[in-house]
Design a protein around this ligand. Structure first.
Ligand code: GUN
Length: 284
């Protein structure tokens, strides 16, 4: 079998178009656009690019988007003060603090301080708890975007064996919750799982989110599986590689996401969706 490519770029464009229409309706109803505020502490080059892209994407769908850049030596109290201001500002619907944070700032204290209704990353424990109890509020962007890719591939999730490789709060755990809610039988594996190859070979749906270039080999893929590769790894030769050996996996999967151009573009598109959703929930 040769897999069909799940074109995240094209599907993300479709999502952005949907959001743009939703934003126009929101503006007609409430007389102002949804507002997204992104906080970046420090100068990490990848984070600078990601946050600029988020700001630009919000403008492209007609939202009010603002990037707040704070110096690398910003203290925890100052960041918490900025979050409190945004929590109290009625024109702000979504707040996103870019991760990772510098070492003087405790991530958990910051994430806990964001109003759960404005937590468009879905990282607040209230949103994580709602997802885990089957009544999702704001859902983390990368897993939500990955579910959209599965839907676009027409993947049957009910009763399917799904394996999620990776157990982060940002991707692995919420992805497993979403698949479970869609009635898949879900295994969460990770870098210390014994005989990872055998576990992966069971998967009708395989989601790779471990952050190790080409860890998952072609012969670990079940014939006809749908493969979602969340990995974005820089290889020694400076190229981007996913967690899956793409060329080998393509020969066995039915659908597979490329890296880049698979899950990546879905993350920002889903952030825009979450911002619109948060805005509607606050005013609707
Ligand atoms: N850093 C890498 N991915 C993410 C993300 O999805 N949200 C935030 N806030 N920071 C990140």
């Amino acid at each position: 079998m040769t897999a069909q490519i799940l074109d995240g770029k094209a599907i993300a464009q479709k999502v952005r178009e949907e959001v743009r229409e939703g934003v126009a309706r929101f503006v007609s109803a409430y007389g102002r656009p949804p507002g997204l505020d992104v906080l970046l502490v420090g100068e990490d080059p990848a984070s600078v690019i990601y946050t600029r892209n988020k700001e630009k994407a919000s403008h492209e769908v007609g939202m009010r988007g603002r990037l707040h850049r704070l110096p690398a030596d910003t203290g925890e109290d100052e960041l918490l003060r900025r979050i409190a201001e945004l929590n109290a500002d009625a024109s702000v619907d979504g707040i996103l603090v870019q991760l990772p944070l510098p070492s003087q700032i405790r991530e958990a204290r910051v994430l806990d301080a964001i109003d759960p209704g404005k937590d468009v990353d879905g990282f607040h424990p209230v949103n994580a708890g709602l997802l885990a109890t089957g009544r999702p509020g704001l859902v983390p962007c990368t897993p939500k975007g990955s579910m959209r890719l599965l839907a676009e591939a027409g993947a049957r999730l009910e009763g399917a064996r799904a394996v999620v490789v990776g157990r982060s709060n940002i991707v692995g755990k919420p992805m497993a919750q979403l698949l479970l809610a869609a009635h898949a039988t879900v295994t969460i594996a990770h870098s210390r799982t014994r005989d990872l190859a055998t576990v992966c070979r069971e998967a009708d749906i395989l989601v790779a989110a471990v952050g190790r270039a080409r860890l998952i080999k072609g012969d670990w893929i079940k014939e006809g599986a749908v493969v979602i590769d969340v990995g974005m790894n820089r290889t020694e030769d400076g190229k981007l590689a996913g967690d899956v050996d793409f060329e080998a996996a393509k020969a066995r999967a039915s659908w597979i996401t490329p890296v880049p151009g698979g899950v990546g573009p879905m993350t920002i598109a889903t952030l825009l969706e979450n911002t619109l959703r948060a805005a509607r929930a606050r005013l609707g």
